[in-house]
Design a protein around this ligand. Structure first.
Ligand SMILES: O=C(O)CCC(=O)C(=O)O
Length: 340
């Protein structure tokens, strides 16, 4: 595309996003927050929550988490033995990434031990299976396991601590407090799967905010600021299932698609925590062999969080960081802009 057309497209998106917090074009890089001790709750609120911008927290923020210590082998791989011992008999939801059902994937349920057997065979076969590409996703570990087991041993809080510690930045969590109080499904999820598993294009429930920590492996996120998804609709007004599909280049099918407005691409390494602001559509790909991750959704009573989502983990391996040159709007000296 020539420069003039690109500028016109950018102006179009800026105008379209003017009324939407965090709307418009994706920033060129995501802010990377290195040091927990130098980054306050107020820094998060003013730098990211209010402007509705994503950021990545370094693995230092999750170093003490139980799942990082117990679910991963010293080699940085999923500790299947531990997971089998602890949760092998728990029934988990499993999606088939190879089959599109509307804008999602069909799901089945199976004991975790069966899923791990599938996964190990998938690895042995070099990354394939006659059963397709199966992804353990949306597992309500906290409400389903921690709390029911807690009836027998320890308190829910103690069992939850065993997996993760709610970061102070996301402690205003009324959505989960509400569901916990009612005793219904919460908005905390675990995802786990081999390379090639992925989550189709979507935005989080109730326009919630969310956060996600990668336990081991590596994940790629494609993030679109609120409003930008409009340009991805097809000629029937339907949002895409897969934003990487070449059909998006078909101008008859996608008359408003502008390749000049790419997604913000973020590669999330092991231990890193991604904040996904409200209304940001996203698509997620697991890039390495194994990717287990717990996640949560939360809400707060503060007016600035009509609902907030907290997705609390994922898994990945270490990869090299690419640091962009710019600084972020964050008021502390601990952030660096990063893009993949
Ligand atoms: O990790 C994934 O596959 C999907 C996570 C996600 O989309 C979310 O937490 O909203």
């Amino acid at each position: 595309m020539d420069r003039e057309t690109r500028a016109t497209a950018e102006q179009h998106f800026q105008a379209a996003g003017a009324g939407i917090r965090g709307g418009g074009l994706a920033p060129v890089g995501v802010a990377f927050i290195r040091e927990p001790c130098a980054f306050s709750y107020a820094d998060f609120v003013t730098g990211f929550l209010l402007p509705n911008l994503p950021c990545v927290f370094s693995s230092a923020f999750t170093a003490s988490w139980g799942c990082r210590r117990r679910w991963v082998t010293p080699a940085g791989k999923p500790d299947f033995e531990y997971l089998l011992r602890k949760y092998g008999d728990v029934v988990v939801p499993v999606a088939n990434c190879g089959i599109q059902e509307y804008n999602s994937n069909p799901k089945e349920h199976m004991p975790l031990q069966d899923y791990i057997a599938y996964w190990q065979e998938y690895i042995q076969r070099g990354g394939s299976s006659p059963r397709g590409c199966l992804y353990l996703k949306d597992w309500h570990l906290c409400s389903g396991v921690c709390c029911s087991r807690a009836l027998h041993r320890g308190s829910p809080a103690e069992d939850l601590e065993d997996v993760f510690t709610l970061p102070a930045y996301f402690s205003s969590d009324w959505l989960n407090e509400f569901s916990d109080a009612l005793g219904v499904d919460d908005y905390r999820f675990v995802y786990a799967g081999p390379r090639g598993t992925w989550s189709p294009f979507h935005a989080d429930i109730f326009r919630s905010y969310s956060w996600s920590v990668n336990i081991c492996g590596r994940k790629k996120w494609l993030l679109f600021p609120p409003g930008q998804e409009e340009a991805l609709r097809d000629n029937h007004g339907t949002l895409p299932y897969d934003v990487t599909s070449s059909t998006l280049m078909d101008t008859h099918l996608h008359p408003t698609h502008l390749p000049s407005s790419p997604a913000l691409e973020v590669v999330q390494e092991a231990g890193e925590m991604l904040f996904v602001p409200s209304g940001w559509h996203h698509q997620v790909h697991n890039l390495v062999r194994m990717t287990p991750s717990p996640s949560t959704t939360t809400g707060s009573t503060a007016a600035t969080w009509p609902t907030c989502g907290t997705s609390c983990s994922r898994s990945s391996r270490l990869c090299s960081e690419k640091l962009a040159s710019g600084r972020t709007p964050c008021p502390t000296g601990t952030t660096t802009a990063r893009s993949s």
